[in-house]
Design a protein around this ligand. Sequence first.
Ligand SMILES: [Zn+2]
Ligand SMILES: [Zn+2]
Length: 271
Amino acid sequence: MGPCWSISCGYMCCESPRPAGDIDKDREIRVSTGIKIPQMLISRHPQSPGMQPARYDFHAHTVLSDGELLPIEMIRIARVLGYRAVAITEHLGADDPAPLLKRLRQECEMGSGGFGITALWGVEITHVPPKYIPRVADRARKAGARIILVHGETLVEPVASGTNIAALNSDIDILAHPGLLSRREADIAAKRGIFIELTSRQGHSYTNGHVARVGTAAGAPLLLNSDSHAAKDMIGRHMALRIALGAGLRPLDVRKALVDNPRKLLRKIMK
Ligand SMILES: [Zn+2]
Ligand SMILES: [Zn+2]
């Protein structure tokens, strides 16, 4: 049986050999946490032993903003790490996003076609005064962004108050690292189907536990991104699993955050 690229499958065949100790790590997480991890997150593809659960990551930066890697380099590394999809979401302020998105699109199309991964081009609206966020989001969408994030009210940067609410009332896909997300904000996200980010990024991750609790109570769709700026920031599925558990998500909510919600977002984008 050949590789299974169906979005609905949730598994992918990695070109590189299955890393030694992969199965041990699954066991270690189960034993050390005592938590029964949903099968989809640990097992091999039922019909094809070379396959492992896919990783999805919708937040990353390259040399086109403040990251270290070329876009095509980041896409290649994501592919080798077993990602099914990666989104490159460069920082955007008042600039015209069209030239940036044109360049990024070329890189993503080459990476998708050449490496067999879904690479998406997009932006992260960053430190834009709240009242301008809807306009900047519209402009990015018109310029062809496949995915739009807003840099939320993380504890570790002086993001303007009101950014989360302005973002959630704009045409965006993900509110990134929202900091002390309020119940009202989580309710809007749930109602509008805007994804709320848990993150592996140092500093931004301080509030993962709070975001997981408030987001889950409101029924807001959560997912886990890396906000990678360099190769060392990109995480594989085991670290993603540990971070989701560390945020206090219950096993079924872990599955939603790592598999179901990313697939839902991908289906929406690819429509
Ligand atoms: Zn950055
Ligand atoms: Zn970012």
